[in-house]
Design a protein around this ligand. Sequence first.
Ligand code: HEC
Length: 126
Amino acid sequence: MTANLRMWLTACAFSAAALVPAGGSAVAAGSATHKPVGQSAARAAEVNPRGLVLSLSCTSCHGTDGKSVGIIPPIYGRSKDYIEKAMLDFKSGARYSTVMSRHAKGYSDDEIRLIAEYFGSLSRNK
Ligand code: HEC
């Protein structure tokens, strides 16, 4: 358990460091000269690196970049507005889900917006 947590934290620190170079802006990470991780991560950096870090917890169920396998619905391909509304509805109880209702309550509305912006940005401009 401790080892898993340490790995997860290392992954978070790595992602944040790769997207926000020391002394540079998040936008610089998306420039043509410096492509740190992959296209989707570079695009995400144009949104807000905090959105990416917050979104990591979603990927354990919804898959990398929200591309889930199995019965959990994918988030990839959904718009920012769709994801934000779904999360707010899960949080308020307007939309019921045993898992997501509990999960959504753990985030402020601002954090939900950042998460929705991150996932929404992954399939934008395709
Ligand atoms: C523990 C596993 C788990 C985690 C973690 C999780 N989800 Fe989900 N998510 C689900 C399941 C299961 C459903 C299907 C729920 C249902 O319809 O009752 C779902 C549904 C959704 C939907 C609706 C999809 C649709 O097609 O309408 C959205 C949006 C969503 N999740 C976003 C998120 C976001 C954003 C996070 C991270 C903050 C997250 N989920 C974290 C399991 C998870």
